[in-house]
Design a binder for this molecule. Structure first.
Ligand code: GTP
Length: 340
């Protein structure tokens, strides 16, 4: 029996976790028991906490690295653990800098190939920034290439955050994305409100999942067969050279974890001003922040140069994870310490 796997890819902050939450609701309505594999670049697991608070899905977490590179060897083990929990479908949420084709490759490892069938790679795009990636990251060719591969290898594309852009920009995005991927259906969404039925169609509770051969009907890009693994030219296979290049690109993406309990004098405005000040280095920031005067913990998310706040029930030690390319960690920590 092969369990279908849905891979969620997309740049940092594009709306993957928001989509995952919707997928959990959909799975719940269909009586399906989902298994989630979360991969986060930071040591702290903000997305996992958000999910923990919203549903009882079986979950495995791979923190502090990307399953494409430093955590690749742990991916199979985590999936095996997840399989023991007998999910009807597995959703893997990748880090924003992961190349999904590497996951397709990893699913073909001997301990997994008979148990899992790649069903779809879904890539979520941030409508506000997707056309700017080439210029924003011009100094990091490998990151630009990874972001391009996220689009090219997707079976389904979701252009999210449409509420933040004009209809004419959406047309431009569609034209550009179509040149990179002519096959995947494109959905335009706000807050990842996508039609999810096609993702779950045919998946039944406790019944044999779609075998690899018919899964191909859903996904134009195929699970790599063992014989294809050796062919570096396969679209889903990363040859040693490609992997090496990706590793180099990943190594420039850094995370920094800082305390989230702020000083009396600090406010949401001071945090937002910190984010503005460091916007050229920061790709993303998230974490739990406590303002002593408010006696309330907030989930803070900085994505696409915007800062979002919402009250949170988190009761652990507050912290913030900063993610960026070539972070000046000492300078950032110093500046943050002024708020703590
Ligand atoms: N305005 C707006 N905000 C959105 C939309 N979708 C998601 N967000 C917000 O954007 C932030 C990032 O969304 P996530 O779903 O966490 O993004 P992600 O891709 O999982 O982020 P990473 O885990 O860092 O890769 C959150 O604060 C969301 O509430 C949208 O369509 N419009």
């Amino acid at each position: 029996m092969q369990i279908p796997v849905i891979v969620l890819s997309g740049f940092l902050g594009s709306g993957k976790t928001t989509l995952l939450l919707r997928m959990l609701e959909e799975a719940n309505q269909r009586g399906l028991q989902p298994g989630i594999l979360m991969n986060e670049l930071g040591k702290q697991d903000v997305d996992g906490m958000i999910l923990d608070g919203r549903g009882g899905a079986a979950m495995e977490k791979l923190l502090d690295g990307c399953v494409c590179c430093s955590k690749k060897s742990e991916l199979a083990g985590s999936l095996v653990l997840l399989l023991r929990k007998k999910p009807d479908v597995i959703v893997i949420e990748l880090t924003g800098v992961a190349n999904p084709e590497e996951i397709a490759d990893a699913l073909t490892e001997p301990e997994l190939i008979g148990s899992l069938a790649l069903r779809q790679i879904v890539t979520v795009l941030d409508a506000e920034y997707v056309l700017d990636y080439n210029s924003i990251f011009s100094s990091d060719r490998q990151l630009v290439r990874t972001l391009r591969r996220q689009i090219e290898t997707a079976d389904r594309l979701i252009v999210n955050k449409t509420d933040l852009v004009t209809p004419s920009l959406l047309q431009k995005i569609e034209k550009t994305v179509r040149k990179m991927n002519a096959r995947a259906p494109i959905a335009f969404t706000s807050h990842s409100r996508a039609e999810l039925a096609p993702l779950f169609a045919g998946i039944k509770p406790q019944t044999p999942a779609v075998p690899a051969s018919s899964a191909l009907r859903y996904k134009p890009l195929q699970v790599v067969s063992p014989s294809a693994i050796s062919k570096a030219s396969s679209p889903h296979t990363a040859g040693t050279e490609q992997l090496h290049e990706h590793n180099r690109s990943y190594s420039r993406v850094r995370t920094l974890t800082l305390p989230g309990r702020l000083a009396e004098s600090s406010s949401q405005a001071s945090v937002e001003s910190f984010m503005r000040r460091w916007k050229h280095q920061l790709l993303r920031a998230k974490g739990y922040i406590v303002f002593p005067r408010k006696q309330q913990t907030y989930l803070m998310q900085y994505a696409g140069k915007r800062t979002y706040w919402e009250p949170a029930a988190y009761s652990g030690e507050p912290y913030v994870v900063l993610i960026g390319i070539d972070l000046d960690e000492a300078a950032l920590a110093d500046a943050w310490n002024a708020l703590v």
